[in-house]
Design a protein. Structure first.
Length: 276
C-alpha cells in the first residue's frame, strides 16, 4: 500500500506468519473498534448526563467523569486482552496512579496509546487533535479534554487550570503517530506548556512489538503480521522544570524538547532497537 508520506508505507513489513490468526486478529480489531465507538456514545448520552445531575459543581463532575473514563478504558483493555490479540506489560503501574500535576509526554506508535495512558491515571487530561472534536468522540472530548485548535494563551490558561487541579496532561510531542520509516521531529508544545505552567514533565516510552494495523495510514482491515500486539510501557526519569527556569523561554523550551526526545529515543533504541 502506498501513501502520500513514504515514512508510513508498508515497505519492509514481514510476511504474514499465520494467515488464519491474522484474519482473526483483523476481525477482533474491527469488533473492538465498534465496541469502543458504541461505548463512547453511551458514556456521552447516558453516563455524563447522570454525572452532571449528581456531581456539582462542574469541577467535581470532571473529577468523577475522568475516573469513570479511566475505568471504562481499563475494561476495554481487558476485553482486548481477552480476545488473545493483545498483551500488556507496564512498569511501575502503581507509580502511574500516584502521578499528579505532571505533563505526560510519550512516543506515539499506535492509535491505542492515549487509551492506555488514560487507563493508568484516573486524573488524566489530554490535548487532542481538533478533528476528533467533530467525530463520534466529540461528546466526551468537548466536556473533558483540551483541543489543539484553541489559541495559545487560552491553551496555557486551561493547561494551568487542569494541572493546578492535580490532573496530569498527556501530550504526544510528535504531534502525530510515530512513522514506520524515519522519524518525526519533536515539537515544542509540551515544553512551552511546562515552562508557562511550572509543571514537571514525565516521559513515558511505549514499546513492544510492531503496531502495524494501528499506525497512521494503515489499512483498516490489517493486523500485526507476526503475532499479537504486545505493549511494553515504561515510566522514565522525570524532568524537573525548575532546572530550566534559569533560561529565557526560547532557550529553555528548546533544551526541554531535546531532553524529552533524548530520554524517549534512548529507551526505544536500548529495548527495541528503534530510532525515534
Amino acid at each position: 500500500m502506498k501513501t502520500k508520506d513514504p515514512r508510513y508505507s508498508t515497505e519492509g513489513l514481514p510476511p504474514i506468519k499465520n494467515r488464519l490468526f491474522y484474519i482473526y486478529g483483523c476481525i477482533a480489531k474491527l469488533l473492538m473498534c465498534v465496541i469502543f465507538g458504541i461505548g463512547a456514545i453511551l458514556i456521552g448520552i447516558i453516563a455524563f448526563p447522570i454525572f452532571k445531575i449528581i456531581f456539582h459543581p462542574a469541577k467535581n463532575f470532571k473529577i468523577h467523569a475522568r475516573k469513570f473514563v479511566s475505568c471504562t478504558f481499563r475494561f476495554f483493555i481487558f476485553l482486548m486482552r481477552l480476545t488473545g490479540g493483545l498483551d500488556l506489560k507496564v512498569s511501575s503501574r502503581e507509580e502511574f496512579k500516584k502521578l499528579s500535576s505532571k505533563i505526560i509526554v510519550a512516543n506515539h506508535p499506535s492509535i491505542l496509546d492515549v487509551v492506555f495512558l488514560i487507563s493508568f491515571m484516573p486524573n488524566a487530561d489530554c490535548i487532542v487533535r481538533g478533528s476528533l472534536s467533530h467525530s463520534v468522540f466529540a461528546i466526551i472530548i468537548k466536556q473533558l479534554y483540551l483541543v489543539n485548535t484553541m489559541g495559545i494563551e487560552e491553551m496555557y490558561s486551561l493547561a494551568r487550570e487542569t494541572l493546578s487541579d492535580g490532573n496530569n496532561l498527556i501530550i504526544f510531542p510528535e504531534g502525530t503517530r510515530t512513522p514506520r520509516h524515519g522519524t518525526n521531529k519533536f515539537k515544542r508544545g509540551a515544553a512551552h506548556i511546562a515552562y508557562e505552567t511550572n509543571a514537571d514533565i514525565q516521559p513515558v516510552y511505549i514499546g513492544g512489538t510492531d503496531k502495524y494495523g494501528l499506525g497512521k495510514h494503515d489499512a483498516f482491515f490489517s493486523y500485526n503480521r507476526t503475532g499479537i500486539y504486545f505493549y511494553d510501557i515504561k515510566l522514565l526519569p522525570p524532568i524537573h522544570i525548575q532546572e530550566y527556569k534559569e533560561y529565557e523561554s526560547q532557550i529553555a523550551t528548546r533544551r526541554l524538547t531535546k531532553k524529552i526526545h533524548s530520554e524517549i529515543a534512548a529507551e526505544a533504541y536500548l529495548y527495541d532497537g528503534k530510532i525515534i
